[in-house]
Write a protein that binds this ligand. Structure first.
Ligand code: MG
Ligand code: ZN
Length: 217
């Protein structure tokens, strides 16, 4: 693809994302763009986190996948609104997809929106969805070199959840190496270790979330 064509696409996306951002701001909704590799545990983390949210913080989830509604069905079991986007072939969500998904959500009833992006460490980071912030899930089975290898993704993170900590003894993942790479590309993001399977690290994650919901509201 010619660079000029790509930048036109991104420009059009940014304009639409600005509209979404305005709408969410008016409605007092904090929106998180949740990104990470396929299988890193994005949906599993939402399944842990959503039931922990205080009553005053009603959530909805937009799920993005190439195919199936599996993840939206999993999220619906937590009792919150969930809607599925199937991108067909596309390897990322864009603002136009979010605009139409928002029509299926009763947004006056919510104050927090999670948008689970297509599993991919490359292009989702280029497409703003009008979110308030970005959460990256990186699981330890992917290795500790991911921040350095995929800087565009980790550069824009507000929070990085290092998932599958329960498997630490079975991998050669070194938190110190991960943090070293992370700080090369992003000095400010919070980094929290979690295990979605065992439920560890979610008190800190919730505290982080509550703090940042307040800040952006
Ligand atoms: Mg998922
Ligand atoms: Zn893509």
């Amino acid at each position: 693809m010619k660079i000029s064509v790509m930048s036109d696409i991104l420009k059009a996306n940014d304009l639409l994302a600005e509209d979404i951002k305005k709408l969410l701001f008016e409605k007092n909704i904090t929106a998180w763009n949740l990104m990470g590799s396929p299988g890193s545990g994005k949906t599993a983390i939402l399944e842990r986190l959503i039931p922990m949210l205080p009553e005053t913080l009603r959530a909805a989830v937009i799920e993005g996948d190439l195919a199936t509604s599996n993840d939206a069905v999993r999220i619906a079991r937590t009792g919150v609104q969930s809607t599925q986007i199937n991108t067909g072939g596309a390897c990322h969500l864009d603002a136009a997809m979010i605009r139409s998904a928002l029509e299926e959500i009763e947004i006056d009833a919510i104050s927090i929106l999670f948008i689970e992006n297509v599993g991919n460490l490359v292009c989702p980071s280029s497409f703003s969805l009008g979110e308030s912030g970005r959460i990256i899930v990186s699981s330890i089975t992917e290795g500790d070199d991911k921040p350095e290898k995929y800087p565009s993704m980790f550069k824009t993170a507000d929070l990085v959840l290092v998932n599958k900590m329960d498997l630490l003894g079975n991998t050669n993942f070194q938190m110190e190496s991960f943090m070293k790479g992370m700080r090369k590309v992003n000095r400010n993001a919070s980094v929290l270790p979690v295990s979605a399977i065992e439920g560890t690290g979610f008190d800190s994650t919730l505290q982080w979330l509550l703090k940042h919901v307040k800040k952006s509201r």
